[in-house]
Design a protein around this ligand. Structure first.
Ligand SMILES: C[S@@+](CC[C@H](N)C(=O)[O-])C[C@H]1O[C@@H](n2cnc3c(N)ncnc32)[C@H](O)[C@@H]1O
Length: 364
């Protein structure tokens, strides 16, 4: 298995002393409470207060400012001190923010991940074991009786829906500027956006190029959300919806229309390998020698920084327990193998867009 050089040095050799390894093992054992304490230190505004204070705050001051009991502040600050998100000046008994606390508070990716994990995944992950054994998203029953989360996306209760969309958009939105340059470096008049969701990429395309027509292919529920989001916006008249459930192996891509570009962003990770093979075979049938297929994914092996690879391999378990029971964040070699099995060839791969996307450009 090939890894990006920055990951190779970390994942192929032991990095920790025995003492550090033991600490990490305990950090994992108490992972759920480390997560909840840290989330609440943000929610109750404690980390924010510490950041904004000149010389830190005492426990009494935190209790007074938050309205929390002395006991509540004591357990939260004791735990946060040993987690490493806050520091204590023993001479003044004042707490301040550590570097980790600063990232918890200010790093947008961390904030989106915390909300996603609490609002969407936390209770569902209790059913991970069942999901792994049965190949079904056993944690999804917490929200409703659907086969996949995508069927229920327009109905899952708040704040889960908001956090799901914020998570999805956060990752893809930050790559769109560079992706537009890559896709529109060739003349594109017709683009098929497979799994176009609420139409954010399609809107960016019609704003970027005043002649392009975009067809969004997605489940009917998502096309409804897309229509209400794009309604009345400039260029929305060049966006059309095409209802499909791609898990139905008889459902084919639009026929009788030539597409210069087929776009799949954060889409194939919603499917298991066999399903991807089937989708790519159907995509290939809708392509000509001139069409390019752009697969934009966060491949965990192609990350520049290790924390991104960590996040992605953990996010895979959201797909297991919550989304569909059989998909994941893929290694790029797995994706390339599936592309080639569908009769396509990888022409180029562009790496390091936005929060760690790659675009695999494929042709017949
Ligand atoms: C993770 S979202 C990606 C959205 C968007 N492309 C982006 O980059 O932000 C995956 C999309 O695939 C769609 N999808 C999932 N399963 C599908 C299926 N069986 N048939 C058609 N679309 C599906 C979902 O409805 C959703 O809009």
């Amino acid at each position: 298995m090939n890894l990006f050089p920055a990951l190779n040095s970390i994942y192929t050799k032991e990095q920790l002393s025995a003492r550090d390894a033991q600490r990490l093992a305990e950090f994992i054992a108490f992972g759920p409470i480390v997560f909840q304490v840290s989330r609440l230190m943000i929610k109750f505004g404690i980390l924010d207060m510490l950041r904004n204070s000149h010389d830190g705050l005492t426990r009494e001051e935190i209790a007074c400012k938050t309205g929390l009991s002395d006991y509540a502040v004591k357990v939260l600050t004791d735990a946060s001190l040993t987690i490493g998100s806050i520091l204590l000046d023993t001479a003044t008994e004042r707490f301040s923010l550590s570097k980790t606390g600063w990232f918890l508070l200010n790093d947008p990716a961390t904030r989106v991940n915390i909300d996603f994990n609490h609002d969407v995944n936390y209770e569902g992950w209790f059913h991970l074991e069942e999901a792994l054994l049965e190949g079904k998203p056993a944690g999804l029953k917490h929200f409703g009786d659907w086969n996949t989360i995508y069927e229920g996306l327009s109905q899952i209760p708040e704040p889960a829906r908001k956090s799901w969309l914020a998570f999805d958009h956060f990752y893809s939105d930050s790559s769109f500027d560079k992706a537009l340059e890559i896709v529109f470096s060739r003349p594109i008049r017709t683009l098929l956006d497979v799994g176009g969701n609420t139409g954010r990429w399609a809107m960016r395309c019609v704003e970027y190029d005043h002649e392009v027509n975009v067809t969004i292919m997605d489940l009917p529920q998502q096309l409804e959300m897309m229509r209400s989001q794009t309604d009345g916006k400039s260029g929305a008249d060049r966006i059309t919806g095409y209802e499909i459930n791609l898990l139905d192996t008889n459902a084919s891509f639009p026929t009788g229309k030539h597409f210069n570009a087929v776009w799949m962003s954060q889409f194939l990770d919603c499917f298991g390998e066999e399903e991807i093979a089937g989708i790519l075979r159907r995509a290939a049938k809708a392509m000509t020698g001139e069409t390019r297929l752009y697969i934009m994914e966060t491949f965990w092996d192609r990350q520049k920084y290790e924390p991104a690879a960590f996040c992605l391999t953990q996010i895979s378990l959201y797909f297991t327990a919550m989304a569909n029971g059989n998909s994941k964040m893929y290694h790029s070699e797995d994706m390339q193998r599936l592309v080639e099995a569908a009769g396509l060839r990888v022409e180029t791969i562009h790496d390091h867009l936005g929060q760690g996307h790659s675009i695999m450009v494929c042709k017949l």
